[in-house]
Write a protein that binds this ligand. Structure first.
Ligand code: FES
Length: 210
């Protein structure tokens, strides 16, 4: 496949045609913070953490670098004040509706969301408001805590595209297991195979082993 040339942060970059701006940057050793994107699994543009500024051709709005295809002659800036401010705002908005019990969370110190907060220099959340409260869904293998979910959709993508089970959906993510009254054993009302792929890709503590 032919290559294209573009400039990222003043550096001459080369990437295969069809690459996204994010892929082009990573191929050329330039780091762009990201959260929902997972190479080969989830490309949905949900979190907007990977925002960059497109100087040429000029774009009024910041671009989600994981979604926008890199073009010949593009000039991209990944770390301007405008970009950093927007990233922090997106992060804080996600944090504002996230159960902030990190010290008691099983993913503490092994959490992509937490690590990203450190990288972005988040020390407080400016958006305090009503927080959604959902019941915790416990199956015999997987525990789902929607109060920690940041709606990245990685679990949905891996379930549908890799495991091809499609048990998890945007509006229907319960395992719906219950205890059999006759045998006292858990019964799955969904076709979840409890493969654990969703737990593996979850960037927070929303999906964990029971
Ligand atoms: Fe690009 Fe989430 S990583 S929108």
């Amino acid at each position: 496949m032919a290559d294209i040339k573009l400039i990222i942060n003043g550096k001459d970059c080369v990437a295969p045609k069809g690459s996204t701006i994010l892929q082009a940057a990573e191929l050329n050793g330039i780091h762009i913070p990201k959260l929902c994107y997972l190479e080969g699994i989830n490309k949905y543009g949900a979190c907007r953490i990977c925002l960059v500024e497109q100087m040429l051709p000029p774009a009024k709005n910041l671009q989600a670098s994981c979604m926008v295809e890199a073009q010949e002659g593009m000039i991209i800036e990944t770390n301007t004040q405008r970009v950093r401010d927007a990233r922090r705002t997106m992060y804080e908005l996600l944090l504002s509706n996230h159960a902030q019990d990190c010290l008691a969370c099983v993913r503490n110190q092994d959490c992509e969301f937490q690590a990203l907060g450190r990288e972005l220099g988040i020390t407080q959340c400016h958006y305090e408001g009503e927080r959604a409260e959902y019941p915790i869904d416990v199956s015999e293998s997987i525990t789902r805590n929607p109060n920690k979910c940041i709606l990245c959709r990685r679990c949905i993508s891996v379930c549908k595209n890799i495991q091809t089970t499609a048990v998890l959906g945007a509006e229907d993510r319960g395992f719906r297991t219950h205890i059999s009254p006759a045998f006292g054993l858990p019964i799955g009302a969904s076709s979840c195979a409890f493969c654990g792929q969703c737990v593996e890709v979850c960037p927070v503590g929303a999906l964990t082993e029971t």
